[in-house]
Design a protein around this ligand. Structure first.
Ligand SMILES: [Fe+2]
Length: 410
């Protein structure tokens, strides 16, 4: 269970006399400590970043300071006040700041201010031009109920030193359970940070477990998702461009927006992104299941509505979830294997209970399928020409430490 931390400083001068004056006991409470930091984008990842954090209580003022890392020591810091808010289903307060006009491919230090326990970290903006450096990002989803596994996968994710994580929904199990959300954000805050203190942004998609009722609900039924991940409008589906060669489009697979209602937007967006060499999509429910039935309503809807649009615009890769397994499809076009087609990866196994998979030998759309915890690591080459897509599996056998015996003990 999440345990609140309250620090109370007490200064007691009981019956203490100085020059005949008597001091009274004085107690004051420090403001809540900032925690559960999450980084997202609402605009260009080369020049902006949105930072959101939590406090248990409302704050009189809430702000952060940031500085380009190279000039932080010289004291060139900018202070920015947060927008603070809460919502009906939580007892906490949230504070969000969007940093803009940042320099591409640059490290920034951040201090979330607090009189005793300020939170410090750094982040890195995305290159705006090619030939700067490789871009590494991870793709996965479905972290729901096996918290110990989720934490292991989180650690494994940070070890890849990624620029960001694409997460295809089903973060927790019960959409309105604040304790589960607190655990999820505690784990993210603690573990999605590199060894040298760089926090890793997330590009989130909505899943059925974020929404009370799961499917075809208004956004108000997913208060934790919409309040805690600040993303581009209209929030349930959105686009982010990462430099000149990569676009990542997030869709809502029938949770708070009906599949077919996104067709026109998707077609227009992909048309306007035609110059991008790499077009990647993510959404939650898989169109090409590794475990569940091919004939379920939403997979059928996605194959009828979105898949022809993906194929029309030559989408390269689609990240799916919901089936809690590892899968890679063959390239698909016109409902058959076609080497010019779209490859789909998934199916969300970042801590959710694993499901048995279909045998790829009997299923035409599956190239590989395994019941295994994992995420995908995707590397865009420096020149933007190559995209390497490789799975990273949670080791099934835990490593153990061998400790060298001292010479006296031998
Ligand atoms: Fe799901």
């Amino acid at each position: 269970m999440y345990k609140p931390i309250i620090i109370v400083l007490a200064m007691l001068f009981l019956s203490c006399k100085d020059n005949g004056q008597e001091y009274q006991a004085e107690t004051f409470e420090l403001p809540s400590i900032p925690d559960q930091i999450v980084l997202t984008w609402q605009q260009d990842p080369s020049t902006t970043l949105t930072i959101t954090w939590r406090t248990e209580k409302p704050m009189e003022e809430s702000f952060l300071s940031y500085s380009e890392s190279s000039s932080a020591a010289a004291g060139n810091w900018t202070k920015k006040e947060a927008e603070s808010f809460t919502f009906e289903q939580t007892s906490s307060w949230f504070h969000t700041v969007e940093l803009t006009q940042l320099i591409p491919d640059t490290e920034y230090h951040v201090v979330i201010e607090h009189p005793v326990l300020p939170e410090q970290f750094f982040f890195r903006t995305i290159p705006a031009e090619r030939n700067q450096r490789e871009l590494v990002f991870l793709a996965g989803g479905d972290s729901r109920t096996r918290r110990d596994v989720r934490r292991e996968v989180n650690r494994l994710a940070a070890l890849q030193d990624p620029d960001f994580v694409v997460f295809a929904g089903d973060f927790i199990d019960s959409p309105l359970n604040e304790e589960e959300w607190n655990e999820w954000f505690d784990d993210w805050h603690e573990l999605l940070i590199t060894g040298d203190g760089r926090r890793i942004p997330i590009v989130p998609a909505i899943g059925n477990h974020e929404v009370a009722g799961g499917f075809l609900q208004p956004r108000s039924k997913a208060p934790f998702f919409y309040n805690r991940f600040v993303t581009p409008e209209p929030r349930n589906y959105y686009t982010l461009e990462f430099g000149p060669d990569l676009v990542i489009i997030t869709l809502d697979s029938d949770h708070t927006k009906e599949v077919s209602q996104q067709n026109q937007w998707l077609d227009n967006t992909l048309h306007s992104q035609a110059d991008k060499k790499w077009k990647i999509l993510q959404y939650h429910v898989t169109a090409w299941p590794s475990s569940r039935s091919f004939d379920e309503e939403i997979p059928v809807k996605i194959r009828e509505n979105w898949v022809p649009i993906f194929e029309k615009h030559n989408v390269n890769l689609v990240v799916e979830g919901h089936d809690h397994a590892f899968k890679k499809t063959v390239p698909i076009r016109n409902n058959m294997e076609d080497k010019t087609g779209v490859i789909y990866i998934g199916d969300g196994a970042w801590g959710a209970p694993l499901r048995e998979v279909k045998n790829p030998e009997n299923i035409w759309w599956l190239d590989e399928a395994l019941s295994a915890d994992h995420f995908w690591k995707i590397t865009l080459s420096k020149d933007g020409e190559d995209l390497k897509v490789e799975p990273v599996f949670r080791p099934l056998v835990k490593a153990f430490m061998l400790q060298a015996e001292s010479s006296e003990a031998l």
